[in-house]
Ligand binder design. Structure first.
Ligand SMILES: Cc1cc2nc3c(=O)[nH]c(=O)nc-3n(C[C@H](O)[C@H](O)[C@H](O)COP(=O)(O)OP(=O)(O)OC[C@H]3O[C@@H](n4cnc5c(N)ncnc54)[C@H](O)[C@@H]3O)c2cc1C
Length: 264
């Protein structure tokens, strides 16, 4: 499946919004999860093809030229316009997806498979805790929009600085804290420390925590050990790993997740 870039917008210094339309998006079937994501395909420089391409041809390609898959949350699906919105963190020239989004122009194509996903806010929860970094903002934004009116949401998001904050709207009762890594002495512990400092309201909490692997792991450990959160019910997972490309991260991810089971 593929779409053509209809527009791009620099939302903040660290985030670019890309709206895709046309292509064969008429056939896109959304799923009822606010963390629904696509697996988008990006080409290494010099690859002898462009999107849309036939995946059956990949096997014949030199491995240096095969597309690189990257997961991205569906920030919004417009059923009438058949348009898909994705918010990409731009993090420099290293990698494929971030640099692609930084350079994307109307008419460029993005091919993908999906969507997949698993989380939507639980309407029966007493309150919602959502935490993460910029990469989780699309899912947090979509989840906040899906809250039942008045539902209480406590949200903690790490971004570089005040310019990277987004306006998030919700019918719920939102208490959001932005954490700024640029001015922090220990950026990697900002999120876990902020979660550890929360006053936990009574009642069942619906948990969504995603972002950088080390930070997510520290938050998970705190929630499971100190608040007896059920790790199987909570939506907690690492989206990316600092200093590693997605390919490098996926190589160790299973072992990392298995090891994490010993944290609590
Ligand atoms: C289910 C799921 C949904 C996701 N949704 C989104 C989304 O909606 N928006 C989004 O931006 N990301 C999202 N991500 C994260 C995204 O897939 C990764 O960040 C991915 O590695 C980016 O690929 P890249 O080609 O730009 O960089 P890579 O080639 O993977 O990495 C190049 C370098 O950039 C670093 N890097 C990668 N991501 C970041 C980052 N976010 N901030 C700073 N440095 C980084 C790496 O550590 C590495 O050093 C999601 C991940 C998952 C698993």
């Amino acid at each position: 499946m593929y779409g053509e870039v209809r527009s791009t917008q620099r939302l903040t210094p660290s985030m670019v919004r890309v709206v895709l339309g046309g292509g064969d998006l008429d056939g896109f079937v959304p799923i009822p999860y606010t963390d629904q994501y696509i697996n988008a395909q990006f080409f290494p420089g010099g690859a002898p093809y462009t999107a849309p391409f036939d995946p059956a041809h990949f096997e014949a390609l030199n491995s240096d030229h095969r597309p690189r898959g990257r997961r991205y949350t569906v920030r919004n699906w417009d059923d009438n316009q058949r348009e898909l919105t994705i918010d990409f963190v731009v993090h420099g020239d290293h990698g494929y997806a971030g640099p692609w989004a930084q350079r994307a122009q109307p008419g460029d194509c993005l091919q993908f498979t999906g969507p997949g996903g698993a989380y939507a806010p639980d309407p029966d929860a007493a309150w919602h805790l959502m935490a993460g970094d910029e990469s989780a903002l699309p899912a947090i934004g979509a989840s906040l929009e899906a809250l039942t009116p008045g539902a209480r949401a406590v949200v903690l998001v790490v971004v570089d600085g005040p310019d990277d904050e987004l306006v998030l709207t919700t019918p719920g009762d939102l208490n959001i804290t932005w954490l700024h890594r640029r001015s922090a002495e220990a950026p990697a512990t900002l999120l876990p420390d902020a979660v550890a400092g929360l006053d936990f309201a009574p009642g069942a909490v619906d948990v969504f925590v995603h972002g950088e692997a080390g930070e997510v792991r520290a938050v998970r450990k705190h929630l499971l050990s100190e608040h007896r959160i059920d790790g199987k019910k909570a939506s907690i997972s690492p989206y990316w790993r600092r200093t590693m490309t997605d390919e490098e991260w996926r190589t160790i991810k299973s072992a990392w997740l298995a090891d994490q089971e010993g944290d609590v």
